[in-house]
Design a protein around this ligand. Structure first.
Ligand code: ATP
Ligand code: NCN
Length: 233
C-alpha cells in the first residue's frame, strides 16, 4: 500500500509506528498487523532518518526505507510514512509529533511502540510531553515485561492504561493501550548478527526483503553499508 493522501477521507485515528527498521522483520509486521486489526485503522510505519539514542544503523536511511517499502507492498492498510526521512536532523519523536499537531490540534493520534521502547521512554527527548501529543499503543515483547518498569513509567501506565480502541478516539492524546499479540521473538540486532555469521536468517523477514539484502550485500560485515549510498526508491 502506498502513502494514503489526496482526497481520501481523514481517518478518525492516526496511528504511527516509528522505528529504525534496520532491517524490517516479521516481528515488526506482526505488531503492525495486530495494531491495525485491534484499532481498525491504517498503520503508518515511519522509519527514523537519524535515530536517537543508538549507534548509527547498519544500513542507510534509503536502504532501510527501500526494504520497508518491499515489506509493505502486499500488506493491507500498512503504509510507509517518510516524514522523518525528509525532515533531516535527529529523528526525535516529540518533534515529529509537535510538527504533526500544528495542523491537527484535535485529531486523535497514537504512537505504536514495543515494550522495550516504553521501558526506555524516560531517556527520550521531553518524554513527558509525549502524553499530551499522542496516545501510546504498547506491544508486548519477549524479554521486556511491563511489570518491571521504572516507577514513573509504571505510574503513567497505571493512570493512563486500560484504554480500548473507542477510548483512543474520544480524546486526542494521553491514553495507553496494551497490545497483547502473540509474542514474536525477532529482533533486528539478532538478524544482523545472523546475516554476518551466515546463519539461518531468511525466514525471519519477508522474502522480498531477504532478496534485497542479498542483492545489495547488506549487513555481511556486521554493519551493512555503514549508512552510505542506496538504490533509488
Ligand atoms: N518482535 C517485536 N515485538 C514487539 N515489538 C517489537 C519487536 N521488534 C521490534 N519491536 C518494536 O518496534 C519498534 C522499532 O523497533 P526497531 O526498528 O528498533 O527494531 P528492533 O528489532 O528492536 O531493532 P534493534 O535490535 O536494532 O534495536 C520499537 O518500538 C521496538 O520495541
Ligand atoms: O525521541 C527520542 O528521544 C527517541 C529516543 C529513542 C527512540 N525514539 C524513537 O522510537 C522508535 C523506536 O526506536 P528504535 O531505536 O527502537 O528503532 C523510533 O521511531 C525512534 O525514533 C525516539
Amino acid at each position: 500500500m502506498t502513502d494514503p493522501g489526496g482526497s481520501a477521507p481523514a481517518p478518525d485515528l492516526l496511528l504511527f509506528y516509528g522505528g529504525t527498521f534496520d532491517p524490517v522483520h516479521n516481528g515488526h509486521l506482526a505488531i503492525a498487523r495486530a495494531a491495525r486489526d485491534r484499532l481498525h485503522c491504517p498503520v503508518r510505519l515511519m522509519p527514523a532518518g537519524d535515530p536517537p539514542h543508538r549507534p548509527p544503523p547498519g544500513a542507510s536511511a534509503e536502504h532501510r526505507a527501500a526494504m520497508l517499502r518491499l515489506a509493505l507492498a502486499e500488506e493491507r492498510e500498512l503504509c510507509m510514512d517518510r516524514r522523518e526521512l525528509e525532515r533531516g536532523g535527529r529523528s526525535y519523536t516529540v518533534e515529529t509529533l509537535r510538527a504533526l499537531r500544528r495542523g491537527r490540534p484535535c485529531a486523535s493520534v497514537a504512537l505504536l511502540l514495543g515494550a522495550d521502547s516504553f521501558a526506555g521512554l524516560m531517556s527520550w527527548k521531553d518524554w513527558r510531553d509525549l502524553f499530551s501529543l499522542a496516545h501510546l499503543v504498547i506491544a508486548e515483547r519477549a524479554g521486556s515485561p511491563l511489570g518491571d518498569l521504572a516507577a514513573p513509567l509504571a505510574a503513567e501506565l497505571e493512570a493512563r492504561g486500560g484504554a480500548d480502541a473507542a477510548a483512543l478516539r474520544r480524546v486526542p492524546a494521553g491514553r495507553i493501550l496494551r497490545l497483547q499479540q502473540p509474542l514474536s521473538g525477532e529482533s533486528a540486532t539478532r538478524l544482523r548478527a545472523l546475516i554476518a555469521a551466515g546463519g539461518d536468517w531468511r525466514r525471519l523477514l519477508p522474502a522480498a526483503v531477504a532478496g534485497y539484502i542479498d542483492h545489495h550485500g547488506l549487513y555481511r560485515d556486521g554493519g551493512g553499508d555503514g549508512g552510505a549510498g542506496a538504490a533509488p526508491l
